[in-house]
Ligand binder design. Structure first.
Ligand code: GUN
Length: 296
């Protein structure tokens, strides 16, 4: 039986509804969460991502705006702006869209974000907290969205073999940490891994975030595995595909996240969730992460 499709769009919509309810509740207490997105340069893909984030935030009743800088901006000016946002009590979330244009020091820029407003979860403090399994961390959005997708489909993780293909700062490394915190047995493979298929075939849960088009084929997947495809690539004919060759993998897997409509929409939903989390935690209010599960 071909794999069931994991519906990231539907799950993201449910999370966004939940976040909106939470925002409206906060507003009754005089708290109106605000997210500021910083975009440097005019890369068209980044501009689209940023516009989508701001629009989604606004639809969730979160105040949100883009702060744009030309790619010729002086690093000092950018750092000063981020420091100002970090200190501004009327700002809950600060996100700097990556990649930054050449000549700007990504590390310096990210570290200028106050950790309690770092809704991308990219600062050392949040990275460290994720590594230590501390729940008050702001978790990076895509890894958090992947875990939410697995939870929605009630995929057991405790004691299970999980394999992550990819070791990026944004996805591979942190999702491995989150899986570890959920008591999975985690292997991280990557582009230099020898005999990749032997490793991936062990996985009950396979997360593919390698950035290589259709890297994972059906013969590399265990029968009945759950496969999450984090890649996104455009084919010559304009259609989208992922890091997984869906046609062959669908024949082996039990569940497969599609591209588009899988992880992508979850990333934005988790950004909104992080903005609410930041707004609550920095005021000393408790935050209980919601878990939404689909009916069995
Ligand atoms: N560029 C690609 N993915 C991301 C992301 O999740 N956050 C930011 N800020 N930039 C990105």
């Amino acid at each position: 039986m071909p794999a069931q499709r994991m519906d990231g769009r539907r799950l993201a919509a449910l999370y966004r509804e939940k976040v909106k309810e939470e925002v409206l509740e906060l507003k009754t207490q005089g708290i109106s969460p605000r997210l500021v997105v910083v975009l440097v340069g005019s890369d068209p893909a980044s501009l689209t991502y940023v516009q989508n984030k701001v629009k989604a935030a606004q639809e969730g009743a979160i105040r949100s705006e883009v702060l744009r800088f030309p790619e010729t901006v002086r690093e000092e000016e950018l750092l000063e702006t981020i420091a100002r946002l970090s200190a501004d009590d009327d700002v809950d979330g600060v996100l700097v869209q990556l990649p930054l244009p050449q000549g700007l020091d990504k590390e310096k820029v990210i570290e200028q974000i106050a950790p309690e407003k770092d809704v991308d979860g990219f600062t050392y403090q949040n990275v460290g907290r994720v590594m230590l399994g501390q729940s008050r961390a702001l978790y990076p959005c895509t890894p958090q969205g992947i875990i939410a997708l697995l939870d929605a489909y009630r995929i057991p993780l405790l004691g299970e073999e999980a394999v992550v293909v990819g070791r990026s700062d944004i996805v591979g490394r942190p999702v491995a940490q989150l899986l570890l915190s959920r008591h999975a047995t985690v292997t991280i493979a990557h582009s230099k891994t020898r005999h990749l298929g032997e490793i991936t075939r062990r996985a009950q849960v396979l997360i593919v975030a390698a950035g290589v088009r259709e890297l994972i084929t059906g013969d590399m997947v265990k029968e009945g595995a759950v496969v999450i495809d984090v890649g996104i690539h455009r084919r010559a004919d304009g259609t989208l595909t992922g890091d997984v060759e869906a046609d062959s993998v669908r024949e082996k897997a039990r569940l497969l996240s599609p591209v588009p409509g899988g992880v992508g929409p979850m990333t934005i939903a988790m950004l909104l969730l992080n903005t609410v989390k930041a707004a609550r935690l920095r005021r000393g209010l408790p935050f209980h992460a919601p878990t939404i599960m689909f009916a069995e």
